[in-house]
Design a protein around this ligand. Structure first.
Ligand SMILES: [Zn+2]
Length: 286
């Protein structure tokens, strides 16, 4: 066994030593279902690798300040209680440093929504059901794809210029009397044709017309973060385009399963469905 391996074992042995070496800060310290949380590792200028997880979801770290930071998403259906985290760093001298702990996850009261929709949009025939399943599978595969580069910078902007704060995140939905999946985004009421802009810099990962979301655009902001824009009247970008924050990407419409013209805006981070309001609140100065 080489000296370096021995040193690595010594340094990874005691949690007290690890905490002395690794400065970990979570913001906020208490989170709710659907929240975004940021973890900062400070005074760590020369790490070779930084990795970790929160509630079983991997964290994607990026260099930040004199250390590293990562965004983490608390899925809207995560059980309230304590979410375990662990972080491992291999420093410039090949020493392994570890830290672990728990974050408190508070339950959140989600509204209950009763909706009445045309029967053919709810009770699907076999071919439509097959189509919906294939589309969901394609979206799941996309959200599981992690682009290793961080493309987003600074704050996230509201995708439509309306005073409406957006509503319905996490709503438990009863559609035509049947319980359905919770609403994983926010809805902004807006006139048809209202411009929709990119919430932050990203790459257009998907432009499509799907049964429930209608005409849609998905932006990949890197490190497993995606924003979703549904029910568009039209899309004004193509897959592969690079977009900047505030750049028009489409127009508000009522395509797909929509009760009227609105933008459905959602965010996925490492497959966690997070509240877009939490994304818009995020302040991470360059
Ligand atoms: Zn919606």
């Amino acid at each position: 066994m080489g000296l370096w391996v021995l040193l690595a074992l010594l340094f990874s042995a005691g949690p007290a030593l690890a905490h002395d070496t690794l400065s970990v800060r979570w913001e906020p310290r208490v989170v709710g279902q659907g929240d975004l949380v940021v973890v900062f590792l400070t005074r760590l200028p020369d790490a070779k690798t930084v990795e970790g997880s929160l509630a079983g979801r991997p964290l994607s770290f990026f260099p930040y300040g004199d250390g590293y930071a990562a965004l983490a998403g608390i899925d809207l259906e995560v059980k309230p209680g304590h979410a375990a985290w662990r972080i491992g760093v291999l420093d410039g001298r090949e020493r392994s440093i570890k830290a672990s702990g728990k974050l408190q996850v508070k339950g959140r009261k989600f509204p209950l929504q009763h909706l009445t929709l045309p029967k053919e949009m709810v009770d699907l025939d076999a071919p439509t059901l097959k189509r919906v399943e294939e589309e969901s599978e394609r979206l799941r595969t996309l959200y599981a794809t992690v682009t290793p580069e961080r493309v987003w910078r600074g704050g996230f902007t509201k995708p439509v210029g309306v005073s409406d704060g957006g509503n319905g995140f996490g709503a438990r939905r009863i559609i035509n009397g049947q319980p359905r999946a919770p609403h994983a985004g926010v809805d902004y009421s807006a006139d048809p044709g209202t411009p929709v802009v990119a919430s932050n810099a990203g790459r257009v990962a998907l432009v499509a017309e799907y049964f429930f979301p209608g005409r849609l655009v998905v932006l990949d902001h890197g490190l497993g973060l995606y924003t979703l824009y549904f029910h568009l009247e039209r899309a004004e970008v193509a897959e592969g385009d690079r977009v900047e924050r505030g750049q028009p990407i489409g127009r508000v419409g009522s395509s797909g399963r929509a009760t009227g013209p609105h933008l459905h805006f959602a965010a996925h981070l490492r497959q966690a469905r997070v509240d877009p309001a939490s994304l818009l609140r995020l302040r991470l100065p360059e």
